[in-house]
Ligand binder design. Structure first.
Ligand SMILES: Nc1ncnc2c1ncn2[C@@H]1O[C@H](COP(=O)(O)OP(=O)(O)OP(=O)(O)O)[C@@H](O)[C@H]1O
Ligand SMILES: [Mg+2]
Length: 428
């Protein structure tokens, strides 16, 4: 099987499901061939609560991405998140192979041993990732890439991401019911970090914060390796709920108000003005001052950053964060958030947009809400997760092989018939 030059990321988020199809160009940048985005209604705090709605959203986003890219998608790297995901540090030690030079299979054995060395894994949890942190080859410490180094023993530590089996199975089920294969599954803050952080930041020490709709994800990198991560169950949709409660409006009205007039930092002077809001179900319009809206938003955003600060302090790495923090995800788009974050965290803060992207629809993806999906694509290129059979390239007028059409029928009608037969079979 040939490694594929085209990869696909699928981010099943609390507010949106999005798919990106990308290939690497000659200079190693990600050329976006197509993307699809659909509102998500089947998740709560990044965990699937409605399979059918999630499957429908995946299908719709995939169909759009396929149409735009002229690539038939068969496999994806899907993101996983939620408060059930947590991490364990594990040590490992192996003897280097007989040649005395570390090779890829030594690294594989090292990681396998790190898995078996986990002291305790809940019976209802399973391993999602085993990521090397650093290697010590004989007495040489701080090695990030040991392949090719001479030595007799290799010691070191690995970062092991685990999650609840049932919640992982639900994600896999949704992807498979949408007619796709799960090629890889990546913990979302690791993906977002890969998309928006610079190598120099990871080396200096940095915390990446992805403020999504339902969860806020935190990951810390020191000396180029991941050291800590946590998923917090308070995020930007809670801001919207507070606004709806504060101004007594529908959630959708509050969301619009938040995006249009929202501000996160009350000490920064903004021109105050009166905003008119539609009443619920024909009730009269109400007016609200912009400064009052800021106070509502600020209170919740403060809570989010206080929880992040607590997590960072608990990690024990606060003193090592020389590069400060990078904030991303939709919640980072609220004006004033970087200043508020910097004050509360006591760190330099910048907003992270997906990096290393080229091609025609680069602009459409240049938004922190796409950090995760772009990171999923970047992660698959780094790990060579995709093979030629995972996508079918239909550009330049190429036609789909007959057997592929059968396994993944062209067009909505074909898919609907297969889905109906599946539903009928499941009901039996
Ligand atoms: N311009 C904006 N200003 C303020 N908030 C915004 C803006 N754009 C998006 N948001 C907020 O960002 C949130 C959605 O972010 P994002 O798309 O990263 O979430 P998600 O990936 O779907 O959710 P999660 O990662 O929690 O599963 C929503 O609460 C939305 O209101
Ligand atoms: Mg997200």
């Amino acid at each position: 099987m040939q490694k594929s030059n085209i990869v696909v990321g699928l981010d099943i988020g609390t507010t949106k499901v999005c798919v990106v199809v990308a290939e690497k160009d000659e200079v190693g940048k990600l050329n976006i061939l197509g993307k699809g985005r659909t509102d998500s209604e089947g998740l709560q705090r990044a965990t699937v609560v409605n399979i059918n709605k999630t499957v429908d959203a995946i299908k719709s986003a995939v169909a759009d991405a396929e149409r735009e890219s002229s690539i038939r998608i068969k496999g994806v790297n899907v993101g996983i998140s939620g408060a059930h995901v947590h991490c364990i540090n594990s040590n490992s030690e192996i003897s280097v192979n007989q040649s005395g030079v570390v090779n890829a299979s030594d690294v594989k054995r090292f990681l396998e041993k790190a898995k078996t060395n986990i002291r305790y894994l809940d019976i209802d949890h399973e391993i999602i990732h085993v990521i090397p942190q650093e290697f010590i080859v004989d007495d040489q410490e701080g090695v990030l890439d040991p392949i090719g180094m001479a030595g007799t023993t290799m010691r070191g530590s690995a970062y092991i991401v685990v999650g609840m089996k049932t919640k992982i199975r639900n994600i896999k089920q949704c992807v498979e019911k949408a007619g796709l294969e799960v090629n890889a599954m990546t913990f979302e803050p690791i993906a977002s970090g890969l998309a928006v952080m610079k190598k120099s930041e990871k080396k200096s020490g940095v915390v990446i914060v992805d403020i999504g709709g339902g969860t806020t994800e935190v990951a810390i990198y020191i000396d180029g390796a991941i050291r800590f991560s946590e998923v917090i169950k308070v995020a930007a949709n809670d801001v919207t709920h507070d606004v709806a409660y504060g101004v007594k409006a529908l959630y959708e009205v509050a969301e619009e108000l938040k995006i249009k007039h929202g501000f996160a930092y009350s000490k920064e002077r903004i021109e105050d003005e009166e905003i008119l809001i539609d009443g619920i179900e024909g009730r009269p319009c109400k007016s609200f001052m912009k400064s009052s809206l800021t106070l509502i938003i600020e209170a919740r955003m403060m809570e989010i950053f206080e929880l992040i600060r607590e997590a960072v302090k608990r990690s024990g790495y606060f003193e090592y964060l020389n590069a400060g923090a990078v904030i991303t995800g939709g919640g980072s788009l609220m004006p004033g958030t970087d200043t508020l974050a910097s004050n509360i965290l006591g760190l330099d803060v910048r907003t992270g947009f997906p990096e290393g992207v080229s091609g025609g629809i680069k602009g459409a993806i240049n938004n922190p809400i796409y950090a995760t999906v772009m990171g999923l694509v970047a992660y698959s290129f780094e790990n060579s997760d995709f093979q030629d059979s995972d996508v079918i390239d239909l550009r330049d007028g190429q036609t789909e092989p007959v057997d592929a059409e059968e396994s993944h029928p062209e067009g909505e009608t074909g898919r609907k018939i297969v889905d109906r037969l599946k539903d009928w079979w499941e009901k039996l």
